[in-house]
Structure formats: C-alpha cells, structure tokens
Write a protein that binds this ligand. Structure first.
Ligand code: FMN
Length: 390
C-alpha cells in the first residue's frame, strides 16, 4: 500500500513528508523534485511569502545512488521564514517567550481559524493557521514528484492547466501537447493554454489586487497514457473516481471537484453525454467517440486521458478584511491580515497533479504490485499482453 504523511507548520523549522510503499529501483532526480516545488511557487497572483521561500527538497531516507531502495522515503523542506519566527514559535518554552508570541485573535472568515481554536481549545488561532495553511502542500508536491517518477516509468504523465479564473473561462478543448508545453516554461504564467483567455484572466487578478480582494477559479489535472483497468467497480472504496475526488477536495481552498465534463453532462441529454464505443480492426483496439467521462467509467480508468478538475474558492485572507470578532474582547473587529496570495489557481493545479499522481500510483501498485521496478514492470507487461489478446 502506497501511503504518505506530512508534518510541519507554515512558519516552523521545516516541512516533513514520508512516503512508504514505492518499489525499489525507481530512478529519482532531485532536480525534478525541485522543479516541481518551483512550479508550485509560481503563478500570476502569488503574494510576498513565495518570494521569501525558494523550496528545495532534502531526501534523507529511502533514496540512494539516485534510486528508491524500497524503504520509507523521508523528505525535508526547510522554511526560510523560520529565522523570523524562532521567538514566536519556540519548541520549548523559556523566560520571555510569552511576549514574543504572535497571536491571531481576529479569526478570518473562510479559514480554519475559529473552528480550530474552539476545537483544540486555544485562546487564539495561531497554531491552527500554522497547520491549516497551504504551505503544507509543498510537502505533497515533493511526494507527488516521486509518484510521478514511478508512473513515468510506465509512460504515464500527469500535468495541469488553468481553465477558469473568476468569471473568465477557457472555451475550447486543450490539447495534451499544449499542456505539456506550458509545464516546460520558466516564466511566471497563469497556466492557461490560450493566450487571449489568459490575458483576460490576468485582468481579473489585477483587479482583485487593486481592490484588496481575492479570486478563485478552476484547474484541470490531466493524466496521459493511463492504461484501462486502474480502480474497480466492485466496492465503494475501490472506485477511482471517488478516491480522486477525495484527494482533490483534501486540498486547501478546493471546494468542488469535477470528473470530465460532469457539470455540462448534468445539464444535457444522455445521447449527448456518453462516449460512444468503436473498434478499429487495423489497430485491433477499441476507440471512443469522445472523452466526456474524463477517462473513468464505473470507477475504473478506461484508457483515455483522466481529467479531474478542482474548483477553488477565492483566498480567505483579504487586504480589505471582512467582519469578525475579537476572541479576547468578543467585540466586533476586522479579520486579521497576514501577507497573502491574491490568486493561486496555477499553483493549485500543480498540487492537484501531485494528488492525482499519488492516487494513480496507489491504484497502479494495487493492480501490479512488486517490490522492485523489475517485478512491477514484468507484471505490467503481462497485463498489457492480456489486454492485447482480449
Ligand atoms: C497554493 C495555495 C496557496 C494559498 N495561499 C493562501 C494565502 O496566501 N492566504 C490565505 O489566506 N489562504 C491561502 N490559501 C487558501 C487557504 O489555505 C484556505 O483558504 C484555507 O485552508 C481554508 O480553506 P479550507 O476550508 O479549504 O481549508 C492557499 C491555498 C492554496 C491551494
């Protein structure tokens, strides 16, 4: 079973992740992991924090001589901002520590602040926002880079693009090659494959920035080269669409998920929605009339690209703060403000890639198993032969 955990606070020493269950022998490039971390930090609309952090992963266990060794992998990502927070968030209490605290007494609507402070019985929300923050997703992206490394050995690639920012949305299909080209660029992008639409999306972000507001949107993760048969229809918890949905909605600020063209489908007749089935005698394989199902039918991959969309609410911390209450006085107060992003849809796409890659890698290893890459590959190739003979 492939599984991962993360630990770490937004302004603590570092983020930590462990990933257990990858077979031995998978090539790992630290440069690729760091490139993914860099992609998460980019995007038109990010705030000052991302200018401070320039994430680098340290692989401290489970990878030797550039390959996985089958043991749990441990990753550290240091927080550069920690040096400014050593007094405010010390591990051990000491004389004078009380005065250095940075309490958050005016909880921000839309954040974990209020519910978390009540639930964990803290007088203010500092410890809550430290962990609820999306800084944690840097650890997810590092883990996702390793899942991608495994999937890449089997010809599976996972990327994302932005399909909506506020009211502006992409009105044409995106081709895989366009999405792949975006992922190789090194300038600050909004991550939309259509330049004209991207221009209008940037105007929305600029307006939010000018007015002290924030804006959400929709990203789409595309998994390319996925074989038919990952996941299963037989039990509720083996259905891959459900598992992908959970993984995407577990992301900070993601409030909805869509598999394929679900919303459009719900508003159409069945004759216009299902992907017709055909057979090519030359290729000796089945083909499909479209991919509106997003590569998933009956909780299984069907061999088409897997399409998963995440719907992001606008960032909850506003420079022009919303109404709240002071936790100490219980008097009305404006919500706290800490340096914050205006739009994070492109970055969320990169995090979505990591989550989809982990879920696909889990389903892949459930089906093909193997303690070493050689063994997994042999099992996979046997299955491909079975599919060819079907
Ligand atoms: C990549 C990314 C960056 C984010 N940056 C911020 C930020 O700078 N300020 C903020 O208030 N919320 C930010 N958020 C959103 C919060 O983490 C999110 O609104 C908060 O966790 C509450 O939403 P939830 O109910 O989904 O957890 C970010 C989210 C993502 C995915």
């Amino acid at each position: 079973m492939l599984r991962f955990e993360t630990a770490g606070e937004s302004h603590g020493e570092c983020l930590v992740a462990t990933l257990t269950g990858l077979p031995a022998g998978i090539p790992v490039s630290l440069e690729n992991v760091n490139r993914e971390l860099w992609r998460r930090q980019q995007g038109y609309g990010r705030g000052g924090r991302m200018k401070i952090e320039s994430d680098r992963a340290e692989l401290v266990a489970g990878v030797r001589h550039s390959h996985t060794i089958g043991s749990p992998i441990a990753i550290i990502i240091r927080n550069k901002d920690w040096e400014n927070w050593t007094g405010a968030l010390p591990v051990e209490d000491a004389d004078g520590a009380e005065d250095k605290r940075k309490p958050v007494t005016r909880p921000r609507p839309g954040h974990a602040d209020l519910a978390g402070a009540i639930k964990y019985n803290f007088p203010d929300a500092r410890y809550i926002l430290e962990r609820a923050s999306a800084r944690e997703t840097a650890a997810r992206v590092a883990v996702g880079a390793l899942a991608k490394a495994m999937l890449g050995e089997f010809g599976i690639r996972v990327l994302s693009h932005v399909i909506a920012v506020g009211p502006v949305s992409l009105r044409r299909p995106a081709q895989w090659d366009e999405i792949a080209a975006l992922s190789t660029r090194s300038d600050v992008l909004l991550g939309c494959v259509d330049a004209e639409t991207e221009g209008r999306m940037k105007e929305v972000v600029d307006e939010a920035f000018r007015t002290g507001d924030t804006v959400g949107g929709v990203f789409e993760v595309v998994a390319h080269g996925v074989p038919a048969g990952l996941g299963s229809h037989v039990t509720w918890d083996s259905r891959l669409d459900g598992r992908l949905a959970q993984a995407i909605v577990s992301m900070q600020a993601v409030k909805g998920v869509e598999i394929g063209f679900a919303a459009e489908g719900a508003a159409s007749f069945g004759s216009k929605v299902q992907d017709t089935i055909h057979y090519s005698r030359e290729m000796r394989s089945f083909t499909r009339g479209a991919n509106r199902a997003g590569g998933l039918e009956g909780g299984m991959t069907n061999g088409q690209d897997v399409l998963v969309r995440g719907l992001l609410k606008p960032i909850s911390t506003l420079r022009r703060p919303l109404e709240s209450v002071n936790l100490e006085t219980r008097e009305p107060a404006l919500a706290a403000y800490e340096r914050s992003d205006v739009c994070v849809v492109p970055a969320a796409g990169v995090i979505g890639e990591a989550m989809v890659a982990v879920v696909l890698a889990q389903a892949f290893l459930e089906k093909f198993g193997g303690d070493s890459l050689v063994e997994t590959r042999r099992n996979f190739q046997g299955y491909l032969q079975q599919v060819r003979d079907f």
